[in-house]
Write a protein that binds this ligand. Sequence first.
Ligand SMILES: Cc1ncc(COP(=O)(O)O)c(C=O)c1O
Length: 380
Amino acid sequence: MPLNWIEIDLSALRHNFFQARDRVAPECRVLGVVKSDAYGHGMIPVARELQKCGASFFAVSKFWEAAELRRNNIGLPVLVLLGIEPADMEEAIRLGVRPAIFRADQARDFSKAARRLGMPARVHIKLDTGMGRLGIPAEELCSFAEKIKEFPGIVLEGVLSHFADADERDKSYCEYQAGRFVRAIGEASQQGISFAYCHISNSAGTLEVPQAHFQLVRPGIMLYGSPPSGEPSDSVDLRPVMTFKSRIIQLKTVPAGRPIGYGRTFVTRQESRIATIPVGYDDGYFRALSNRGQVLVRGKRAPVVGRVSMNMITVDVTQVPEACEDDEVVLLGAQGGERISAEEIAALCGTISYEVYCAIGKQQRFKYFLNPSTDLNEAT
Ligand SMILES: Cc1ncc(COP(=O)(O)O)c(C=O)c1O
């Protein structure tokens, strides 16, 4: 039995996928963002499940992630958001992997690779509509597309951009970005340049900006059960997918006045029952949770006391008299009627749920995938 592990509830993932699916028009496709190991949830089982649910595309940030999907027989089109290096282009074309393109030389090199193989080179042009990060300025779409479509084999399959703050209540900047996107696509269309997929909506856009769904939406965080703004919303029912668990490896009663952990930052005020849990910052449990975090034991909240160390934390279970050695402890997720959410941990640590999931997912060595759906092929 591992000392700590995560459980990934694939039925919650399915539920969240359909929350996205149900908000877009029937002809609009849904792309699952599965980069960074599906935000720490495990890219292959997550992608497999989303493919069964009817996702049409996947997005990753690096080519090797796309190759990993193919090695695992996941056949849907994959978009590589950070582009593809020349050395990987032939393999990408063979595997049906599309790069986001934001430099003309990327298209030239991709075209050369396509010509060597005698295959089409499908690309998505990345526009900067106001995020100020990756992409060509939206107003340059026409001239850029005119230039790169001359490279033999290049197929302009898509054009994409990314919202900077669609999760904010005030949607004015998001509308400005969507406006720039629409104008750029309109101008291109007047020049006879069209794209099968125009896409700009992340989870927040999928949930709250219906006029920006176009032919494809790209939800990420909502699939994993967190609201993009960090605030729970009444208008969507999202179910957390990740649970992070461990167990009590030692439980002791200590008298009042005893220091606990590095730096002696906590001293017992009364006789206390202190549980030691084998989880630390090396497991993705942030050190900022020292003397601040809570965990669940026997369905009750218990405070982290003292500093989070590399591989252990100490928890005061005085108020959980039934707690025993070997009891399961939930660090993220639900137990009984209680839940510790990624948003709660994020707020305590001055970060966002995305980083909580990535940190825990990355450091974990044991992941269990619960409730996979079966399809006909698997059932027979
Ligand atoms: C280009 C792009 N599209 C979509 C997403 C998904 O965003 P979210 O997880 O907020 O839905 C991301 C995530 O960072 C992204 O970089």
